[in-house]
Structures are given as structure tokens and as C-alpha cells.
Design a binder for this molecule. Structure first.
Ligand code: CTP
Ligand code: MG
Length: 229
């Protein structure tokens, strides 16, 4: 049986958020944001190990006590200049543990509201899949294309459009090679697509949001508090 592992890219600076420290360390529901993210993965029984990929310049990680996350957590200071580079470096760090056919779940540090139900849906729906896939949500709003003067140039059909989230789950060997060959992508699925394969879309919901701007942090906190976390 293939095993499940997770990689959490956490080497970003949070430029769009604009806080004093990288957004993954901002306090939310009583803990650093990334604590909630890592806790969801470490609590998941089917995930054997979790690599968190930090920037070589990270000065915040060591200031916190992470021991309550348990023994699955591995810390590596090998983040790169882009998210794809951080993930690729994390995959290399996992090389001695992971076999080609093992599943690798890649999950943004900045998505703290991942649930056990979402993880179970992803793992269950992809268990027999030849390619793997991603959590995603069908686009709900009407989409407008803007012109240079910020006026509506066109209404774009939203049929068949989904918003990609994480975790994104692919076989270790396939993902390692796809990212090495297509380093310019913004998510793992992009590399898999560039390699000629078609990732499956597994439906999640909008509570699995990515914290990008300050309003997202407040929303994520309300979601966590609403669950009693
Ligand atoms: N990430 C990373 N290495 C990078 C850039 C991003 O590991 N060189 C991680 C971030 O820490 C985050 C995830 O990838 O958990 C998603 O990226 P994003 O939301 O864009 O975070 P940042 O890059 O930190 O934010 P910004 O783009 O606003 O600077
Ligand atoms: Mg970024």
C-alpha cells in the first residue's frame, strides 16, 4: 500500500498581507497561523510524516514551541525564491523516506482551516486514481473581464471553472519529475498538467481559504472559532 506524506511550503514573506512578520506566524485563534495548518495534517491518521519547508533566513520558527504537534513533523530550512522551488526542495528533503508510488500532499502553510473531512475526501476519492488531484471549488460568482479603465469589457462564462486549493495530492516520483521539468508553475497541478496528465478535481468548500490579505485572517479566525478551535 502506498503511504501518504505531506509537504507544507512556508517560506513566503507574505508581501501582499504587509505585516511585520511573514503571515504564517501571525496569531489566529490563540496560535501562530501555521500551527493550525500543521495540526490538521499531523492529526490525520493516514499521513505518516509532514515536512515543513522554511526559509533559510527564517527567524521566527525557533521562537515557538511546536512539540505538541507530535513526532510526525520534520523541519527543513530549504525554501526557495518561489513556491514551486520551495516545494521542489521539500520533495528532495523527503527523498530517503518516500518511494516513487507514495502519495505526497502539498498544502499551503497559509490555509489554516483545512478539515479532517476534506483530507478524507481527497485521499478516498484519489485512492485508485492513476494521476492524483486537488481540492477545488466550483466558481460561484459571475466573472467580469476588466478593460484598462476598470470598466467591464466582457462577462466571462463560468461553466466548468473551478478555483484551485490545496492540498494537492500526487505520486511522489511523478511530482518530483514534473516540478523539475516545469519549475515556472504556480501550483503542483500546473506541473502535472504541463507533463500531459489531467489532475482530478475533488470538491471542497470556500472555508479552506488561503490567507492572503488582512481580511482573510479575520475570516479564517471566525471559521476556526466557529468550530471551537
Ligand atoms: N511559499 C514558499 N516559498 C516561497 C513563496 C511562497 O514556501 N518562495 C509558500 C507560502 O509561505 C505560502 C504558500 O507558499 O504558505 C502560498 O503562497 P502565498 O499565499 O503567495 O504566500 P506568500 O508568497 O508568503 O505571500 P505573497 O505572495 O503575498 O508574498
Ligand atoms: Mg506568493
Amino acid at each position: 500500500m502506498p503511504r501518504h506524506y505531506a509537504i507544507v511550503p512556508a517560506a513566503g514573506s507574505g508581501a501582499r498581507f504587509g505585516a511585520q512578520m511573514p503571515k504564517q506566524y501571525l496569531p489566529i485563534a490563540g496560535k501562530p497561523l501555521i500551527y493550525h495548518t500543521l495540526s490538521a495534517l499531523c492529526r490525520c491518521e493516514r499521513i505518516d510524516r509532514v515536512w515543513v519547508v522554511l526559509s533559510p533566513d527564517d527567524e521566527v520558527w525557533r521562537k515557538h514551541d511546536w512539540t505538541s504537534l507530535g513526532p510526525k513533523l520534520e523541519t527543513v530550512f530549504c525554501g526557495g525564491a518561489t513556491r514551486a522551488e520551495s516545494v521542489a526542495n521539500g520533495l528532495l528533503a523527503a527523498e530517503t523516506a518516500a518511494a516513487d508510488d507514495d502519495w505526497m500532499l502539498v498544502h499551503d502553510a497559509a490555509r489554516p482551516c483545512l478539515t479532517q473531512a476534506m483530507l478524507a475526501a481527497l485521499c478516498d476519492e484519489l485512492a485508485d486514481d492513476a494521476v492524483g488531484g486537488i481540492l477545488a471549488v466550483p466558481v460561484a460568482d459571475t466573472l467580469k473581464r476588466a478593460d484598462a479603465g476598470q470598466r467591464v469589457a466582457a462577462t466571462e462564462p463560468r461553466d466548468g471553472l473551478w478555483q484551485a486549493q490545496t492540498p494537492q495530492m500526487f505520486r511522489y516520483g511523478v511530482l518530483l519529475r514534473a516540478l523539475a521539468e516545469h519549475p515556472g508553475v504556480t501550483d503542483e497541478a500546473g506541473a502535472i498538467e504541463a507533463a500531459g496528465l489531467k489532475p482530478r478535481l475533488v470538491q471542497a468548500d470556500t472555508t479552506n481559504l488561503k490567507v492572503t490579505y488582512p481580511t482573510d485572517l479575520r475570516l479564517a479566525e471566525l471559521i476556526l472559532q466557529g468550530r471551537g478551535e
